[in-house]
Design a protein around this ligand. Sequence first.
Ligand code: FAD
Length: 288
Amino acid sequence: MSARYASPMTVSEATEVLGQNPGARVLAGGTDLMVQMRLTRNIPELIVDVKNIAATREIALSDDGLVLGAAVPAVDLTDHPTLRQVYPGVVEAAELIGSSQIQSRASLGGNLCHSSPAADTVPALMAVGAVCRIAGPTGERRVAVEDFCTGPGSNVLADGEFLVSFEIPAPGAGSRDAYLRFIPRNEMDIAVVGSGVSVTVDASGNCTAARVALGAVAPTAIMVPDAAAALIGTAIDDGDLERAGAAASAASRPITDRRGTAEFRRHVAGVLTRRAAAAARDRARASL
Ligand SMILES: Cc1cc2nc3c(=O)[nH]c(=O)nc-3n(C[C@H](O)[C@H](O)[C@H](O)COP(=O)(O)OP(=O)(O)OC[C@H]3O[C@@H](n4cnc5c(N)ncnc54)[C@H](O)[C@@H]3O)c2cc1C
């Protein structure tokens, strides 16, 4: 059986066609969807390509922050002239997805909607407080990225809904992010652990705000408020980083699989959080 294909040009056309076809699947870059269809031989009756909707391809950077279309391919982030300075962690996460060929197709919206616990851009988006703009047959709603995934491969999208874009607040002076992941080989593998951290520092370099998120150590990516609390109000020195790392390890609930044992993952969550927090701290101080 082959799938029918629709390519709506507006958000309302997309929600209409999705609402009328409950078994339809959304297509952005297709780097997960095509692989999944081939592996499972589960071919939807209708594929709805959302790439031709202007709002899903938008990159709008302003004093208020960033509006990032859900179907923007990773390469548009990594090639962007200024995004890397403002959201270095989000861009470094996008840069880790697959090879350059994959990055020319793979979107951050697809990375989130596929809802793998190991998706690289998800902890990075959580660290910067990204919010999803979701459109559906009954209108629009907004959901924080940290509340979007409900389990491995599942999320809050209801029938007829799709992800239009991300809204990411402006980091402001003294605020920057970082993302690090560990994989068993140099490239093209799934994260064993990923850690996204954003910190804000004042003029003396002390931490006034922080967000820490981990990937691949629980059924969904998780926020780690205890790790953020270990940084806030400190100079983010070695002892503070150590405490944040310990909190990240303690919050991890990983499984053992062929990429690593649960114990190893818990350890790596601490190491990566320490290092990502130090990188975010140095970037935040340099931004003042
Ligand atoms: C060789 C290879 C290497 C990879 N390496 C990595 C890696 O290092 N790190 C990593 O995180 N991932 C990796 N991936 C996975 C994949 O490339 C990413 O998850 C990618 O970001 C998916 O984006 P996409 O636009 O291709 O999504 P698609 O394949 O188009 O969609 C993925 C899923 O999300 C749904 N969807 C897509 N967009 C929307 C939307 N706007 N609204 C609602 N639902 C939507 C689709 O229906 C589908 O279920 C790799 C894949 C391959 C093939």
